[in-house]
Design a protein around this ligand. Structure first.
Ligand SMILES: C[S@@+](CC[C@H](N)C(=O)[O-])C[C@H]1O[C@@H](n2cnc3c(N)ncnc32)[C@H](O)[C@@H]1O
Length: 371
């Protein structure tokens, strides 16, 4: 990296550069990795998504194509496709397309999904441009799903006051000659805030930070300068999903909240976190590529951007309420429990408050005119 760089460039390099966290072959997920997502808790998670997708009226009469963004090691892919194949409402063909920019994610998922050969059409690729023509023609109307992918899209970190927007920069101690050191500084690398006129940073501050923390009457305990992550790449990512696939549905699951939840007195430095071996790291800046970097997703912005692209968006709800209010869920679950008794404790973990049930929000967007 040629320092100084914006935090967004630092995070891009740290996660997706040649030695980036997601690009090298290491164990990231589960007990032996750095963190768990719902997809490693139990295959029940994929089953619950299969139950939701199977009930969409659009897929009753036509084949089901699911496109997953950010496949990780393929845990969700496996349980979701198995769940669709065994679901009583699904009699038609199932096609799964997994997309990820990490070569190890692609390799591990391809291995994991070999067992589906002959039962479902499976494609695991870096980009939809690699798909055969006849498969690309099946993308419009697909169901798009992304589990914990939005929190892995690099962000800016902004400091916003009444009069000024600054963004976090990263440089080396050797090159640093200022007086105020920003958050996350390490032994080698240091951060500082620099005033910016970058349009996407200014727009984010004006839409999602200033209206929430009224700078003239700030939220009690929050200073009149707010530090918050800004997912400035989210609009272009969503446009890419929309334009390359033209899906009927787009579903995202992530931690986060509405704009007003993300600026709170208990988070004076924002929500950025670094994980390694299940430990939350206080000082991580020097460990470029060694740890996961993640932050809370702004679901107000997600909803705004999906609506702007022409989707009806159901107000995001917590994972537990979402799954437990699906039609016919109790019958569905009791059938699954009969087949596998381990599912009962997995269900508690996935849906109860205190577990993952209230940690994650789910946003469902449906293309207008698809109802
Ligand atoms: C936190 S992991 C989640 C993996 C998996 N969905 C799970 O829940 O276990 C994020 C994944 O998203 C991938 N990713 C990040 N940005 C992406 C993008 N623009 N397109 C596709 N995959 C992306 C990363 O490479 C990584 O595999």
């Amino acid at each position: 990296m040629n320092f100084p760089v914006t935090f967004l460039t630092y995070m891009q390099e740290a996660l997706y550069g040649p030695n980036g966290y997601y690009m090298v072959d290491r164990s990231r997920f589960g007990r032996v990795g750095d963190f768990y997502t719902s997809t490693q808790v139990s295959p029940l998670y994929g089953d619950l998504w299969a139950h939701f997708i199977a009930q969409r009226p659009e897929y009753r009469a036509s084949d089901i194509t699911v496109v997953e963004f950010g496949i990780g090691d393929g845990h969700l892919a496996e349980s979701l496709v198995e769940g669709l194949l065994r679901h009583p409402l699904v009699t038609q063909a199932v096609c799964y397309i997994g997309l990820d920019q990490s070569p190890t994610a692609l390799a591990r998922t391809r291995d994991r999904l070999q067992k589906l050969e002959g039962r479902a059409q499976v494609y695991v690729v870096h980009s939809v441009t690699e798909l055969p023509h006849e498969v690309r023609s099946r993308l419009p109307g697909a169901f798009v799903l992304g589990n914990e992918v939005l929190d892995a899209i690099p962000c800016e970190i902004l400091r916003v006051t009444n009069s000024e927007v600054s963004r976090l920069m990263v440089t080396t101690h050797a090159d640093w000659s200022g007086i105020a050191v920003g958050p996350y500084a390490g032994e080698k690398l240091v951060t500082y805030f620099e005033q910016t006129q970058d349009c996407s940073c200014l727009e984010y501050a004006n839409r999602y930070i200033r209206p929430v923390n009224d700078m003239d009457a700030p939220i009690e305990g929050v200073n009149d300068d707010v530090i918050a992550e800004a997912g400035v790449l989210l609009p272009q990512f969503l446009r890419h999903v929309h334009e390359t696939i033209q899906p009927a549905y787009i579903a995202f699951v992530d931690y986060g909240g509405f704009a007003e939840d993300l600026i709170a007195s208990d988070r004076p430095q924002g929500t950025l976190r670094a994980y390694r071996s299940h430990q939350l790291l206080d000082v991580f800046l020097d460990q470029t590529g060694e740890c996961d970097l993640t932050y809370d997703v702004n679901f107000t912005m997600l909803t705004d951007e999906l609506e702007r692209l022409g989707y009806d968006v159901v107000p995001p709800v917590r994972q537990g309420s979402f799954f437990m209010s699906l039609p016919d869920i109790h019958n569905f679950l009791s059938e699954r429990m009969k087949e596998d008794t381990k599912m009962a404790s997995a269900l508690k973990h996935l849906v109860l408050p205190g577990g993952l049930g209230d940690r994650f929000l789910i946003s469902i967007a449906q293309r207008k005119g698809e109802k």
